[in-house]
Design a protein around this ligand. Structure first.
Ligand code: GTP
Ligand code: SPV
Ligand code: MN
Length: 591
C-alpha cells in the first residue's frame, strides 16, 4: 500500500492539492490508486471484510459483488446539486446556484475532519480513450472504497491517468466524502471556473462517481460551450448493414428512458445481417472533424445500468455484460448468493433478501429490488462492443435522436425539417420522471436534450450553443425525435420497444443515407406508409397506428404548455427557438 510518503507522482500541483485536502478531511491514511488487478483484488477483499461488499456465488458470478447503499441514498439528488458560478445568471433558471465562496465555506466546514478514522483514496482517472486528444484527466479523492472500485470500472483508472497528466496542472479536482450520509448535509457542488467538484453526504451513482455526471456532463458541457464542442447525455451506437456499411448514431433519452437498452439492442430476425454494436450507453463528447462531420467519443469505460427490466429477452448483451467482474447495488438477493430484480427472466423465488437487507416474501406489495438499483459492469464484457470504442478520433455521427418517455402526444418517430427545428425539438423535449432521481415519479417535465439535470450553465445559452454548432458542422447529422413509451387508454405500452426499436432505427439510418423518402407533416417528417418495416412484429396493427398517430388537438395543448417552459427560461432563450413554437402553433391551429 502506498502511504503519503510513497506517492506515485512528482506533479507538484497534484501533490499540493492532495495534501491540502488531506489536511482538511484528516483521514487516518492516504492511499493512491494505481488501477492494477492486484490492487482491485486487495481493495475488494478489504470491502468484503468491512461488509461493504457481499460476494455472490463466485462459480456462477465470478468477480461479482453486491452492495446495499444507505436506504436514504439511492439516486441522484437534483435539489441538492448546485452549479457554483460567479453569478446566478451563469447557472441559469434550471440549475440550483450557490455563490462559490459560500459553497467552499459551507462544504469546507462539513469536510473538516470528515475522514477521521478512514482511508482517503486518491483515484486518478481519464475520461475518454487514454491517447485521445479529447480526453480529460480527473482526480477523485474519496473516502469510499466502493466508489474507488466503481471508478475502476467506469473510467480508465490509475497509472494511465498519472502518465497522461505528467506535470500538468490541467486536471479536474474532485473531492468526495460520504461523511455521515445525512441528506441534511448532502451537497453536490460544481465549480466550472475552477474545474472543481465537491460532493459530500452521498455514496450513490451520479452523486459520488465524479467522472460521470459531474465531470463528463456538468463541467464538460461548460468547457464544450467555451471550446465549440458538445458534451451530451447520449448513447452512441454503431449499425452495420448486411453489406458491411457502418453508420453511427447518438441518442439522448432522459435518465432511465432506454439509452443502455437502445445502445445494446439486438435486431429482430427479419433484419438479417444487420449488426448493432455499442460505443457508449450514457455520455457522448462530440467535435467537428476535419471532414466537416460530427465525431463522437464515449468518455466512459463501463456501464452503470438500471437493473429492473433487464433480462435475457429485453437486453441479452447487458445480461452478458454483468456475468463477471460486476458490482450490483440495491438489487434483491437469494439465500444462495444469487440475485433477482423486478423484470428478471424468471418469477421471484418464494423468499428473497430485499434491497434494504430485509426478508421479502413473494406477493409482497414492496419491490424487492430498488427501482433505481444498478449494475456497474466493464464495457469490455459486452459481446456487442464496437471495435471503435477506443478510437482516439471517435466515430462519425449521421443521426442525432432525442426521445422522451411520454404516455401521450409524441409519435413513435419524427424527423426534424432542419438543424434549427431539431434543436427546437430537443429543447422542448418532455419526459415523465423516473426513479433515477429522488422525487415524484411519472410526472411530465421538460428535459431538454435529456440534459436538464446535467447542463453546467444557463439553459438558454446552451440552446444558443446548439444553434451555433450548425455553422461549425458543414455536414451535420439529421435530427430525430422518438417515443417508445406511448400508452393505450388502459395504460399499456403501444409499441413493444427494445429490439423492435430497430424498425425505427432502420428508417432513420435509411433517411440519413438518402435511401428512403418521407411524408411531411406539420410537426416533422414521418415514415411513408409501408416504409417502417413491421414484418413479424408481435403487436396489433391498431397499436402501431396509435403509437404513430399525430393528434393535432393534443399537440395544440403541448405547444401551449411549452410557453410556460419558455417563460421559465427567460431572456436567454434564443429567438429562433421561440419562433419555431409560435409558427408551429399557428399552423396547428389553422389546420
Ligand atoms: P440512465 O442510466 O439512467 O441514464 O438510463 P438509460 O437511459 O440508459 O435507461 P435504460 O436503458 O437503463 O432503461 C431504463 C428502463 O426503461 C429499464 O427498466 C428498461 O427496461 C426500460 N426500457 C428501455 N427501453 C425500453 C423500450 O424500448 N420500451 C419500454 N417499454 N421500456 C424500455
Ligand atoms: C442517470 O441518472 O442518468 C444515470 C445514473 O445515468 S447516475 O449515474 O446515478 O446519474
Ligand atoms: Mn444517465
Amino acid at each position: 500500500m502506498h502511504t503519503s510518503s510513497e506517492r506515485p507522482t512528482t506533479n507538484a500541483h497534484l501533490l499540493g492539492w492532495v495534501e491540502e485536502m488531506a489536511k482538511l478531511c484528516k483521514p487516518d491514511r492516504v492511499y493512491w490508486c494505481d488501477g492494477s488487478e492486484a490492487e482491485k483484488k486487495r481493495l475488494t477483499e478489504e470491502a468484503v471484510a468491512a461488509k461493504v461488499l457481499i460476494p455472490l456465488d463466485q462459480k456462477k458470478w465470478p468477480g461479482c459483488y453486491y452492495h446495499h447503499s444507505n436506504p436514504n441514498d439511492v439516486a441522484r439528488v437534483e435539489h441538492l446539486t448546485f452549479i457554483c458560478t460567479p453569478t446566478k445568471e451563469d447557472a441559469g433558471p434550471t440549475n440550483n446556484w450557490m455563490e462559490p465562496k459560500e459553497a467552499y465555506r459551507k462544504l469546507g466546514a462539513l469536510y473538516d475532519g470528515a475522514m477521521k478514522g478512514r482511508t482517503m483514496y486518491v483515484v486518478p482517472y481519464v475520461m475518454g480513450p487514454a491517447t485521445s486528444p479529447f480526453s480529460k484527466v480527473g482526480i477523485e479523492i474519496t473516502d469510499s472504497v466502493y466508489v474507488a472500485l466503481n471508478m475502476g470500472i467506469m473510467a480508465r483508472m490509475g497509472k494511465v491517468a498519472l502518465d497522461r497528466l505528467g506535470q500538468s496542472n490541467e486536471f479536474n479536482r474532485g473531492l468526495h466524502s460520504v461523511a455521515d450520509c445525512n441528506p441534511e448535509r448532502r451537497f453536490i457542488c460544481h465549480f466550472p471556473q475552477d474545474n472543481t467538484i465537491w460532493s459530500i453526504g452521498s455514496g450513490y451513482g451520479g452523486n459520488a462517481l465524479l467522472g460521470k455526471k459531474c465531470l463528463a456532463l456538468r463541467i464538460a458541457s461548460y468547457l464544450a460551450k467555451n471550446e465549440g464542442w458538445l458534451a451530451e447525455h447520449m448513447l452512441i451506437l454503431e449499425a452495420e448493414s448486411p453489406t458491411g456499411e457502418k453508420q453511427y448514431v447518438a441518442a439522448a433519452f432522459p435518465s432511465a428512458c432506454g439509452k443502455t437498452n437502445f445502445a445494446m439492442m439486438i435486431p429482430p430476425a427479419v433484419f438479417k445481417g444487420w449488426k448493432i454494436r455499442t460505443v457508449g450507453d450514457d455520455i457522448s463528447w462530440m467535435r467537428v472533424g476535419e471532414d466537416g462531420r460530427l465525431w463522437a467519443v464515449n468518455p466512459e469505460n463501463g456501464y452503470f445500468g438500471v437493473a429492473p427490466g433487464t433480462n435475457r429477452k429485453t437486453n441479452p448483451n447487458a445480461m452478458d455484460s454483468v456475468r463477471k467482474d460486476t458490482l450490483f447495488t440495491n438489487v434483491a438477493r437469494t439465500a444462495d448468493g444469487d440475485i433477482w430484480w423486478e423484470g428478471w427472466d424468471t418469477e421471484a423465488p418464494p423468499e428473497l433478501t430485499d434491497w434494504k437487507g430485509q426478508h421479502w416474501k413473494k406477493g409482497s406489495p414492496d419491490k424487492a429490488a430498488h427501482p433505481n438499483s444498478r449494475f456497474t459492469a466493464p464495457a469490455k464484457n459486452n459481446p456487442a462492443i464496437s471495435p471503435s470504442v477506443d478510437d482516439p478520433k471517435g466515430v462519425p455521427i449521421s443521426a442525432i435522436i432525442f426521445g422522451g418517455r411520454r404516455s401521450t402526444t409524441v409519435p413513435l418517430v419524427l424527423e426534424a425539417f432542419n438543424w434549427t427545428h431539431g434543436v427546437y425539438l430537443g429543447a422542448t423535449m418532455g419526459s415523465e420522471t423516473t426513479a433515477a432521481a429522488t422525487g415524484q415519479v411519472g410526472v411530465v417535465r421538460r428535459d431538454p436534450m435529456a440534459m436538464l439535470p446535467f447542463c453546467g450553465y444557463d439553459a438558454g445559452s446552451y440552446f444558443q450553443h446548439w444553434l451555433d454548432m450548425q455553422t461549425r458542422i458543414p455536414h451535420p447529422p439529421k435530427v430525430y425525435m422518438v417515443n417508445w413509451f406511448r400508452k393505450s387508454a388502459e395504460g399499456k405500452f403501444l409499441w413493444p420497444g427494445y429490439g423492435d426499436n430497430m424498425r425505427v432505427l432502420k428508417w432513420m439510418l435509411d433517411r440519413a443515407a438518402g435511401r428512403v423518402g418521407a411524408q411531411e407533416t406539420l410537426l416533422g417528417n414521418t415514415p411513408k406508409a409501408g416504409d417502417l418495416d413491421l414484418t413479424g412484429l408481435d403487436a396489433p396493427k391498431e397499436n402501431v397506428a396509435a403509437a404513430t398517430k399525430i393528434d393535432l388537438g393534443e399537440w395544440e395543448q403541448e405547444l401551449e404548455s411549452q410557453a410556460e417552459w419558455f417563460d421559465k427560461l427567460g431572456k436567454t432563450l434564443p429567438k429562433p427557438i421561440a419562433l419555431q413554437r409560435e409558427m408551429l402553433l399557428e399552423r396547428v391551429r389553422s389546420a
